[in-house]
Ligand binder design. Structure first.
Ligand SMILES: *Cc1c(COP(=O)(O)O)cnc(C)c1O
Ligand code: SF4
Length: 337
C-alpha cells in the first residue's frame, strides 16, 4: 500500500523527492547492487548516460528483493546501455527533420505534437527521447504565437497532442493558458495528452488538473503509458476514476520490452486490467532502436508470435495495434504478421 502521506503529497513535492541515484534505489528495495549484471560499475555507467529518476509512488509498486522486477528493470540504469549496437542510434525517428518550430513536431497530416515540457517524472531506460534536445524544444511563452500561426497555416490539423518529455510535468497554470490559446482555433477538435506521469505519481490527477481539463471545449483524450499490469496500483485506479468522471477518453500505449512484458499472458492480463479501469489498449509499440536500449529489443518473429497469441486470447477491442514507427511514414506502421 502507498503510505497515506505520499498519496496526499502534491505531485510537485513527490517529484522533488523522487530517487535520483541508483544505489539509493537498490538499497530501498533491498537489492545488493554487486549482484546485478555489471555490478556497481554498470549502474554508474548507465547513470552517466541517462540519469536515474523514479518517484516513490512507482517504487512502492515494486517487489523488494527482486532485481528482475518488471518495474525496476524499466528504470534501473545498466552498464549494457553503454554498448554500441548496429542500427541503434540517437535519433531513430529523425524527429529533428519534422521540427519546423521549437516545441512543435509535425509529421502526420492531421495532428501535431507540442513538446510541452522537456522533463519527465521518470526516466525510462528504453525511451527514444533519451537523446532528444529537449532544452531547445520546450514550449516557451514567446513561441506560442508562432505555433498558433503555424496551425492556422495548416488547416488540416484538427488535433493537438501534448507530448514531451511528459506534458504533465508542466504546471497546470501553464497548461491551462496554452489550451485556452489553442481552443480559440475553430479547426481544432481534440486535445490529446500522452503521459506517463499519473502512472508514476497518481496524485498528478488533482483538482487543479481536472479544473482546466473539464473547462475546455476540446474533446480530451488521455493516452497513458503502462507496460505491465503491476503498474496499476490502488492509487492509480482512483486517479483514473476521476478522469473518467471528468469525461476524458482513456487509452493506453505500451512498448514491448524483453524480460518485462514480452509474453502474451502478461499483455493479456494488462489488457484485462486496463479494461476494468475503463482504458482501451491503443498501441503496442515495438522498441525504437535508440542507442542504449538494445538489451530491451526482441526480434520481429517473436513479436509476431506474441501478437498472434494475444489475438487468439482476447476480444478484438482489447488487442492493441502492434506498430512500429518509421522515420518517413505518414502514420505508425502496423507490423504484418
Ligand atoms: C505517434 C505520433 C502521433 C500520433 O499518431 P496517432 O496514430 O494519431 O496516435 C503524431 N505525431 C507524431 C510525431 C507521432 O509520433
Ligand atoms: S517520455 Fe515517456 S517513456 Fe520516455 S522517459 Fe519520459 S515517461 Fe518514460
Amino acid at each position: 500500500m502507498i503510505p497515506k502521506t505520499l498519496a496526499t503529497l502534491h505531485w510537485t513535492e513527490q517529484l522533488k523527492q523522487a530517487v535520483r541515484d541508483p544505489l539509493t534505489l537498490c538499497q530501498q528495495l533491498n537489492i545488493n547492487p554487486t549482484q546485478l549484471p555489471g555490478g556497481i560499475a554498470g549502474l554508474e555507467k548507465g547513470q552517466q548516460l541517462f540519469k536515474t529518476l523514479v518517484p516513490q509512488a512507482f517504487i512502492q509498486l515494486m517487489q523488494p528483493g527482486n532485481p528482475l522486477d518488471p518495474l525496476l528493470q524499466q528504470v534501473l540504469p545498466l552498464g549494457a546501455e553503454g554498448q554500441a549496437q548496429a542500427g541503434f542510434v540517437s535519433d531513430p525517428l529523425q524527429e529533428k527533420s519534422y521540427n519546423p518550430l521549437p516545441g512543435l513536431i509535425h509529421k502526420y497530416t492531421s495532428r501535431v505534437l507540442l513538446t510541452t515540457s522537456g522533463a519527465c517524472a521518470v526516466n525510462c531506460r528504453y525511451c527514444f527521447r533519451r537523446h532528444f534536445p529537449y532544452a531547445e524544444n520546450s514550449l516557451s511563452t514567446h513561441a506560442s504565437q508562432a505555433i498558433i500561426d503555424y496551425l492556422k497555416q495548416h488547416p488540416k490539423i484538427n488535433e493537438v497532442i501534448l507530448s514531451g518529455g511528459d506534458p504533465l510535468a508542466t504546471p497546470d497554470t501553464r497548461l491551462a493558458t496554452r489550451v485556452k490559446q489553442l481552443e480559440t482555433l475553430p479547426q481544432l477538435k481534440r486535445l490529446r495528452i500522452h503521459t506517463r506521469l499519473p502512472v508514476v505519481i497518481p496524485a498528478r490527477i488533482n483538482s487543479e488538473f481536472l479544473s482546466w481539463i473539464t473547462a475546455t471545449r476540446l474533446k480530451v483524450i488521455l493516452v497513458v503509458h503502462i507496460n505491465h499490469p503491476q503498474e496499476i496500483g490502488a492509487e492509480l485506479v482512483e486517479s483514473l476514476q476521476r478522469l473518467k468522471q471528468a469525461g476524458v477518453l482513456l487509452l493506453n500505449q505500451s512498448v514491448i520490452l524483453a524480460g518485462i512484458n514480452d509474453q502474451a499472458s502478461i499483455l493479456a492480463e494488462l489488457s484485462e486490467k486496463l479494461f476494468e479501469q475503463g482504458i482501451l489498449p491503443y498501441y503496442l509499440h515495438t522498441l525504437d532502436p535508440v542507442a542504449g536500449a538494445a538489451h530491451f529489443a526482441i526480434d520481429d518473429k517473436r513479436a509476431r508470435q506474441i501478437y498472434a497469441e494475444l489475438l487468439a486470447e482476447l476480444p478484438g477491442f482489447l488487442v492493441p495495434k502492434l506498430v512500429r514507427e518509421y522515420p518517413n511514414q505518414p502514420a505508425k506502421t502496423p507490423l504484418g504478421w
